[in-house]
Design a binder for this molecule. Structure first.
Ligand SMILES: [Fe+2]
Length: 165
């Protein structure tokens, strides 16, 4: 076992990376919904917002996968994987979970930036949404862990900016 947050993975194949990114958003929605079930009040509200930003991001990425004929994995299987991944965290107290998320989600920002750098111009907008959603999640978690009463703002701003017209 090593201490500290995971390191960003190195992605070199754009189509494969795009597929992983989309799959992890589908899994992420189920993951946060499972955690929301384990909490109430402010924590449940935050976790539901996190599930929503995952769903919005998956929807933003889906047209890029279709354009490139990247096969999409089975949604039910991905959701089951997301729920299972949340299970070990479901008993964690909310302040600890927020601090854990701030540390462990941070490397994903660099991964999404790398994906943006690999992507073609027609996917730029979707990839920007993906990077922005991770920045919002990390900014939220760090602010929440620090006790900031306005910590939801990055999540709400992201959702307002990416809302369907
Ligand atoms: Fe995500």
């Amino acid at each position: 076992m090593t201490d500290g947050p995971p390191q960003p993975r190195a992605f070199t194949d754009y189509d494969a990376s795009l597929r992983v990114a989309w799959e992890e958003e589908i899994e992420g929605e189920a993951y946060f919904l499972r955690l929301a079930e384990a909490h109430d009040g402010r924590a449940a509200e935050a976790l539901t917002l996190l599930a929503e930003i995952e769903a919005v991001t998956a929807r933003a990425l889906a047209p890029a996968l279709r354009r490139r004929c990247v096969p999409m994995a089975d949604l039910d299987a991905l959701r089951a994987r997301g729920r299972a991944a949340a299970e070990p965290l479901a008993g964690m107290a909310w302040p600890d979970l927020a601090a854990w998320m701030a540390e462990n989600f941070a490397p994903f920002i660099a991964e999404f930036e790398a994906l943006e750098a690999l992507g073609p111009p027609e996917d730029a907008e979707a990839l920007r949404v993906a990077t922005d959603h991770e920045r919002a999640a990390v900014a939220f978690a760090a602010a929440e862990a620090a006790g900031d009463p306005d910590s939801f703002r990055p999540l709400r701003d992201f959702l307002a900016q990416t809302a369907a017209p």
